[in-house]
Design a protein around this ligand. Structure first.
Ligand SMILES: Cc1cc2nc3c(=O)[nH]c(=O)nc-3n(C[C@H](O)[C@H](O)[C@H](O)COP(=O)(O)OP(=O)(O)OC[C@H]3O[C@@H](n4cnc5c(N)ncnc54)[C@H](O)[C@@H]3O)c2cc1C
Length: 806
């Protein structure tokens, strides 16, 4: 039986891209298994569109990297074309909210360097003379977009990979996968292969291969069609006149794209009512064939497209392509490690696999060869979905995503499908008190509390209807006392004789002494922040770790890998334990009504942990506060949390207790300059760059990433995180805004909002050049807003409210 370093299953654009990039990185002991011929899955029929339009810097980087590969690198390496047409693209709209979205994405592109620009009606008419402009209010131009021949591009990557020693076995279906002590065993029709790493790149069949690996992959095939027209005189005439190809054009409101194909056009409609296909198993014999056309389903969209581009109606339909596209629950691909399995990787679930495929292979190859991704991978890491992402969830979300393929992507948007997968023990009580919930890693988590029944968040890029309710929640926490449900936190228990050593090597900070709490950041080998743990040291031999809800599977994998070699037991107790935050100047008085626990500074100082009895319940109380007020987090068994909550509400009556949600927390933590993992803290930046030097102790310590952290810190290649005070008139900042200096992009906002206690718009941002101070601005929805670096947090910089000794 042969034995190799990596087996890749699937020879579409994604799998071949990985083979290409692994061999480029020097891993040549790699075999790709394809049941049919290369590209005989979705890749064969893709329309080949490649865009730079994306709301997330990672996705924008992936798309741009694919274009560079197809347009420049592969033709240069192979001397052959990939069929890339650099025709540019535009999106048009009649919707003012959409113009806000365009402005936001254009601002982000200023930072990433893949610049998109807004279009006037006249410019739309000039760039696309076949499109009518009546009713439109503007658009956005994507000058570097184009379309590629997916088969040529895949074959070019395959040729290069083979030339570097990579092996491709065509007509070799994988029939089974199992784990044999230290290797994966991959069964094929022609025998088994043992491999250190297995990669599922089976696209449309990703779910089936996932089952062989023993996992449920949250992706669903959904049918998509496009039409190819015969020759259209107006298209041919445009080419003859200008020598150019028409730009790709999309009308997101009407939900279609149109691109030139020869002297005709391709029209791709995205219907609002998606049609899932073969959810519980794509037939293994299904290959490159097409499904029958079903144009009735998309007729209204075709009519709308013809109304906008009348020339479309002048060419007959040459062919209709109808095939499944896989959609994940958030329409981003699944690229990265499988939770809980050693050396098992996903490279699948992509609905935009051509424009993301070339770069997806690059991202995963780097991850496999360097132990961490080259850019922040949270948007694509498969572990953003846990086991709660069940069959109902994946169908509901994939269907919703397809229907909203062209929807406006609002900041703070909460979509309705697939909700209620994980409920806090307090869910009913919070709902009865007006909680407006958002989804956080499957949980329902209150974002804010409505004053009137039936109030719902109105999505917008600008200040919207939850602004005042959040202001009142913040006032309650600042002036009196507020309760928040923290049950969504990820929670882990570490115990055993090796606890001290385990904690000492976990991250950049020293472990706290028994009874104390410390923040520590586990790093990537390159010194970036992989995870942030709040470590509460219960005793010499046990610790209680909490982290962000979204990190649950990633953090558990990290802890489990780290635990090897230490005499500790590790448990994910996220669902067993619930937590309530009691925050505000009256917190101590209020808790004092519920028992005899000594909550004075002498007995229970800031940053300490105690087992106490409150409301007749034995629980773990952590004296920490992410909102910068006197406060405790009360962590108790989930089953007892409702009784604790009721007792707190009763006792809080005389102190004016209220409830607060995630939006109020965001406002208050920004005023303290507290970083948020996932937004401000990512694998791309070190804790030093994030301004967290106080939590980095390298002296005589050894932890993953330490050497690189020291090297990076000593080098000139450093970023700097700053807290900005913005004079923003257009909108409160959120994320993804370009920071400029003298008009030049120099950084990016990673999170932002309105600081209700200080009455200022605040943003945390990374600057590419540390030390920039004068002349900074932030582009918010197309407006350059003057920005000042705050050298200290604007709210209580001395932490006197946290210490409560003032
Ligand atoms: C009509 C249509 C239009 C599209 N237009 C665009 C577009 O314009 N731009 C864009 O970016 N994307 C587009 N897409 C999406 C794009 O085609 C896919 O996202 C992309 O091709 C996915 O590539 P992949 O390698 O993940 O999967 P696939 O191309 O499906 O490849 C998976 C491979 O795995 C193989 N395989 C499966 N099971 C086994 C097994 N048991 N053993 C061995 N091998 C196996 C299959 O034979 C197949 O070759 C379109 C899709 C469709 C259907």
């Amino acid at each position: 039986m042969s034995e190799v370093q990596v087996v890749i299953i699937g020879g579409g654009v994604m799998g071949v891209s990985l083979l290409y990039h692994l061999t480029k990185a020097g891993w040549s002991d790699v075999v790709l298994l394809e049941k049919n011929d290369l590209t005989h899955g979705s890749t064969w029929h893709a329309a080949g569109l490649c865009t730079h339009f994306a709301h997330n810097p990672t996705i924008q980087e992936l798309r741009a990297t694919s274009v560079r590969l197809y347009r420049d690198i592969l033709p240069e390496e192979t001397g052959q074309t990939t069929g890339f047409h650099a025709c540019g693209a535009m999106r048009i709209t009649a919707n003012p909210d959409r113009m806000d979205e365009f402005s936001h994405v254009a601002g982000l592109s200023r930072f990433t360097g893949y610049e998109l620009r807004l279009l006037s009606i006249d410019e739309i008419a000039e760039l696309h003379p076949l499109a009518r402009t009546d009713g439109l209010i503007g658009g956005i131009y994507e000058p570097d977009d184009g379309h590629v021949d997916p088969t040529l591009a895949t074959n070019a990557m395959a040729a290069m990979a083979r030339s570097r020693g990579g092996e491709i076995r065509r007509h070799t279906p994988v029939t089974g996968i199992s784990w044999e002590s230290d290797r994966w065993r991959i069964e094929t029709a022609t025998g088994a292969i043992r491999a250190l790493n297995v990669v599922n790149a089976a696209g449309t069949w990703g779910w089936e291969i996932g089952r062989m690996m023993g996992i449920e992959i949250p992706s669903v095939p959904i049918l998509h069609q496009y039409l190819v027209t015969d020759r259209i005189e107006a298209v041919a005439g445009y080419g003859a006149r200008t020598g150019r190809e028409l730009p790709i054009i999309r009308d997101p409101e009407e939900s279609w794209y149109v691109r030139q194909e020869g002297d005709g056009l391709i029209l791709g409609p995205y219907e609002k009512e998606a049609l899932p296909w073969s959810i519980d198993g794509v037939p293994p014999e299904f290959g490159a064939e097409l499904l029958p056309a079903d144009l009735d389903r998309v007729e209204p969209i075709i009519e709308a497209a013809m109304a906008r581009i009348p020339a479309l109606g002048t060419g007959g339909i040459k062919s209709v392509v109808n095939r499944p596209i896989t959609f994940s629950p958030d329409a981003n691909p699944l690229i990265g490690p499988v939770h809980g399995l050693a050396n098992a990787w996903l490279l699948t679930g992509s609905s935009m696999g051509v424009m993301e495929g070339g770069s997806a292979g690059w991202l995963l190859a780097h991850w496999m060869t360097h132990g961490a991704p080259p850019i922040d991978a949270q948007a694509v890491d498969p572990r953003r979905f846990g086991t709660w992402a069940d069959r109902d969830f994946r169908i509901a979300k994939a269907t919703e995503c397809f229907g909203l393929q062209f929807g406006v992507h609002y900041p703070f948007e909460e979509r309705p499908a697939g909700r209620g997968k994980r409920l806090s023990p307090l869910n009913d009580r919070l709902a009865a008190r007006g909680a407006v919930f958002g989804a956080a890693h499957g949980w329902e988590r209150p974002n804010w509390f409505a004053e009137r029944p039936g109030m719902r968040a109105i999505p917008s890029f600008r200040r919207t209807n939850w602004f005042q309710p959040v202001a009142r929640e913040v006032a309650c926490v600042t002036e009196r006392v507020g309760l928040a449900d923290f049950s969504v936190f990820s929670k882990f228990r570490v115990s055993g004789p090796g606890t001290q050593a385990f904690l000492d090597r976990l991250g950049a900070n020293r472990p706290p002494k028994p009874g104390r709490i410390a923040l520590t950041h586990a790093l990537t080998p390159a010194g970036g922040v992989a995870a942030e743990f709040t470590v509460a040291r219960l005793s010499g031999e046990s610790a209680y770790l909490t982290s962000a809800a979204a990190g649950e599977e990633m953090d558990m994998d990290l802890l489990a890998a780290h635990a090897k070699g230490f005499d500790v037991e590790l448990a994910n107790i996220t669902e067993d334990i619930g937590a309530i935050g009691v925050m505000g100047p009256r917190a101590r008085d209020m808790l004092g009504r519920l028992g005899t626990a000594d909550l004075t500074n002498g007995a229970f100082p800031w940053l300490s942990v105690r087992e106490v009895t409150i409301a007749r319940q034995r629980l773990t109380a952590l004296r920490i506060s992410y909102v910068g007020e006197l406060g405790w987090e009360l962590h108790a068994p989930a089953t007892t949390l409702p009784a604790l909550f009721d007792a707190l509400i009763d006792a809080g009556d005389e102190f004016g207790v209220g409830l607060f949600g995630a939006y109020a927390i965001n406002s208050m933590r920004l005023e303290k300059g507290f970083r948020a993992w996932g937004a401000d803290l990512t694998t791309e930046r070190s804790p030093i760059e994030a301004g967290l030097a106080a939590f980095v102790k390298t002296n005589q310590r050894s932890f993953r990433g330490a050497k690189e952290l020291i090297r990076r810190t000593a080098s000139n290649d450093q970023w700097e995180m700053v807290l900005l005070d913005l004079d923003s008139r257009a909108s409160d900042p959120f994320h993804g805004h370009a920071v400029k200096h003298g008009g030049r992009p120099v950084g990016i906002v990673t999170s932002g909002g309105w600081g209700h206690r200080v009455g200022r718009a605040l943003a945390l941002a990374y600057l590419r050049t540390p030390g920039l101070r004068d002349g900074l601005s932030v582009e918010v929805l197309g407006q350059d807003c003057p920005a000042t670096v705050l050298e200290a947090p604007p709210f209580d910089p001395e932490n006197s409210r946290l210490r409560s000794d003032g």
